[in-house]
Design a protein around this ligand. Structure first.
Ligand code: HDD
Length: 708
């Protein structure tokens, strides 16, 4: 089913009911065949195609300004666009819910959303890329936004995070610089959806605090396979406050049930052109198919007394809190189970504010967070107007009562003569903390007013090195390739020379290999000694589920006339029952005839796409059934390209019987063993197919597909 059909189905079936969906449903508008067309002022419209004209009935004459119906239609259209977000313009979103497992976090926080297991808190999650504009492609190399709005009983809590746990800069005051540097260059508006250009690498080369973040963005985290297969991080250090008013520092994490998986760069590049909406569709399709994306929600906690115990500053957003030092506590889960009904009113108009927290959650002195707390509300005023929190997707599910008034697009009609406090009726009065009023935790501060960075904020390379040390060899190889790609697109030698020099502070081999590839400064010895530390939890392989899953994985069946239909049906049924999605790809979109069937009259099978209509890049695995079609496939350049490209992207390839020779011919690597099996159970329980020897899929696969 197309994602469009799913969207419609969802709005009609109304399958998921949370407090927020019930709230939104007050604003649902559904056109039916009983509804006639009206103007915005409600008058019925008799003609929406012809502007009122002076005409002799045979020839069109001048159009009349008098036609208020035509004018309204054009006016409304002229003003459809609002400013796109200055960053994170390209995104997709979905509804869902959040639940904690138990009340174990009560010792740290009084927040009901984090402690009350009987609650189901509605959420809206918007994923995004950062650099590109609203119409850019999904699979660019970039950070992904992971912004969650929790509609709690005590008000909205916005956790505006990313898929990477650290950030480019330490102080919010540098945000406009990093964003200007990464965005398309000002003189020519190039490049779109890419960081591979002079200005970005110029800035980060001169800003060593970004080194750690650059390693993450250049790692495979920068090109996720799916929004559903990314971690989410609150990034900044927040605080939790318990019922006694005691404060602890906290970092928030989301861990995807499906594990963390990435594309490889060649796939990402091609998908950018083949299907720029790849991630957006993937999200809608998975939810539509009932394979609801799920994340474990976890926290890391540091007691106030331990704030200064670490060799990094725990308020520095360019540092992780290594899990080897500060363990994760899994306290709940977040599930997305409903696609949006309308993109603009939900995904485009949703607006987040880091400053929006609820009782029991607070801020820290993290200088990035402090600045963010100013910036988000401010930007929403430009984007949506000062009353942006009245927009349906943004309004809380709990009562809102205050003396804020007026402003553009005010929708609330306050039936009271009182718009101030104190007032003679005690209307809209402050609520004490014991009654649920928000209370900041008491925290001592001392110092002189000055423009400074903390002392530990000055160290920039230890954790960049920790991250690189913790990578598996294949992750490291991809990191080298990614930085080399980017610096190859940097034209100014000053810029790529500066960056290759900087790399030597992180890793000698990395610096040397990249410099050799991009004509940078090749070091003859390490810029600093390697501390040799590792943390396994920094590698994305750490998050591969113990029981790998093929739920929602896309498996293409490559067929031509003369394929073995019984085999296709059996394997397909097995894959579908394991909740993978299957697609028939043939020489044409239409009927493909099986072995023994006569062309044109047999029952055949409908191909979803022809070989050129979709490419191997859009699938996780391919299956080539046996049958007399093997020769036809082998003589079809496109089919051969399919197999060869899938092999190059380390995908699992199943080839059965006669098809084994076709696959072998396509990949042209005689030493590769083809597992040849007709036993569907085996195909479905064993590992894909091209398995052993030098080209062992398991060791090289970025995104290991287990057919299990
Ligand atoms: Fe930001 C949007 C994440 C630092 C200023 N940011 C935005 C979004 C995400 C993040 C996910 C998109 C929200 C949405 O879907 O609507 N930003 C981060 C993270 C940061 C961070 C994880 C570092 C920890 N941001 C940051 C700083 C500033 C901003 C330091 C300014 C001082 N961010 C903005 C913004 C945006 C934004 C300009 C653009 C659109 C919006 O806010 O609503 O205000």
């Amino acid at each position: 089913m197309s994602s469009l059909a799913q969207t419609v189905m969802h709005s009609l079936d109304n399958v998921v009911q949370t407090a927020k969906i019930r709230d939104l449903s007050k604003d649902f508008v559904e056109a039916t065949s009983n509804d006639g067309l009206t103007t915005d002022h409600g008058v019925k419209v008799s003609d929406t195609d012809n502007w009122l004209k002076v005409s002799d009935g045979t020839h069109a004459g001048p159009s009349l300004l008098e036609d208020q119906i035509a004018r309204e239609k054009i006016h409304r259209f002229d003003h459809e666009r609002i400013p796109e977000r200055v960053v994170h313009a390209r995104g997709a979103g979905a509804h869902g819910y959040f639940k904690v497992y138990d009340n174990s976090a009560t010792k740290w926080t009084a927040a009901g959303v984090l402690t009350d297991p009987s609650r189901t808190t509605p959420v809206f999650l918007r994923f995004s890329t950062v650099q590109g504009s609203k119409g850019s492609a999904d699979t660019v190399r970039d950070v992904r936004g992971f912004a969650v709005k929790f509609y709690t009983d005590e008000g909205n809590w916005d956790l505006v995070g990313n898929d990477i746990p650290v950030f480019f800069i330490q102080d919010a005051m540098k945000f406009p610089d990093i964003v200007h540097a990464v965005k398309p260059e000002p003189h020519n508006e190039i490049p779109q959806g890419q960081s591979a250009h002079n200005n970005f690498w110029d800035f980060v080369g001169l800003t060593p605090e970004s080194a750690h973040m650059i390693m993450w963005v250049m790692s495979d985290r920068g090109i996720p396979r799916s929004y559903r297969m990314m971690q989410g991080f609150g990034v900044n250090t927040y605080t939790l406050i318990n019922a006694e008013g005691k404060r602890v520092f906290v970092k928030f994490h989301f861990i995807p049930e499906l594990g963390v998986h990435s594309l490889i760069w060649d796939e990402a590049l091609k998908i950018n052109g083949q299907d720029p909406d790849f991630h957006r569709k993937d999200l809608a399709d998975a939810i539509g198919a009932g394979a609801y994306p799920k994340w474990i929600f976890a926290i890391q906690v540091i007691e106030e007394a331990d704030e200064h115990k670490f060799d990094f500053d725990i308020l520095d957003a360019t540092k992780v809190w290594p899990q080897s030092l500060i363990p994760l506590h899994n306290i709940g889960e977040l599930v997305l189970n409903r696609v949006v009904d309308e993109f603009f009113t939900e995904v485009e108009q949703v607006a987040f504010c880091t400053s929006h927290v609820v009782p029991g959650i607070g801020f820290s002195d993290d200088p990035l967070l402090q600045g963010r707390n100013f910036s988000y509300f401010d930007t929403q005023i430009t984007r949506l107007g000062v009353n942006w929190e009245q927009i349906p997707i943004n309004r809380p599910v709990c009562p809102v009562m205050n003396h804020h008034r007026d402003g553009a697009r005010q929708h609330r009609i306050h039936r009271s003569e009182i718009n101030y406090f104190p007032n003679r009726h005690n209307a809209g009065h402050p609520v004490s903390p014991s009654q649920g009023g928000y209370a900041e935790a008491m925290a001592g501060v001392q110092g002189m007013k000055q423009r400074v960075r903390g002392v530990k904020f000055q160290e920039h390379f230890n954790q960049a090195q920790l991250f690189v040390n913790s990578m598996t060899p294949i992750e490291k190889q991809h990191l080298i390739q990614a930085i080399s790609f980017e610096l190859s697109h940097v034209e100014d030698p000053v810029v790529y020379e500066t960056y290759t020099k900087l790399l030597n502070n992180i890793d000698f081999e990395l610096a040397k290999t990249v410099a050799q590839k991009v004509n940078g400064v090749i070091p003859d010895k390490p810029g600093r000694s390697n501390h040799g530390q590792k943390d396994a939890t920094l590698s994305q392989f750490y998050y591969t589920p113990k029981e790998p899953s093929i739920v929602t994985r896309r498996v293409a069946f490559l067929v031509s006339d003369g394929f073995n239909i019984l085999e296709v049906e059996a394997v397909r049924a097995a894959l579908v029952s394991a909740k993978a999605t299957t697609w028939i790809i043939g020489p044409r979109r239409g009927k493909i005839y099986a072995d023994g069937e006569s062309i044109g009259t047999g029952a055949g099978i409908m191909a979803d796409h022809h070989f050129e209509g979709q490419r191997s890049t859009l699938f996780d695995a391919i299956y080539v059934p046996s049958g007399s079609h093997a020769e036809a496939l082998a003589s079809n350049g496109r089919a051969i390209h399919w197999i060869r490209e899938a092999f190059g992207h380390c995908k699992a390839i199943a080839a059965v019987g006669t098809a084994a020779a076709t696959v072998k011919y396509a990949i042209n690597l005689p030493e590769v063993d083809i597992v040849n099996t007709l036993d569907t159970d085996e195909v479905v329980t064993s590992y894909g197919v091209v398995t052993t020897g030098k080209y062992n899929m398991k060791s090289v696969a970025r995104d290991v597909l287990e057919i299990s």
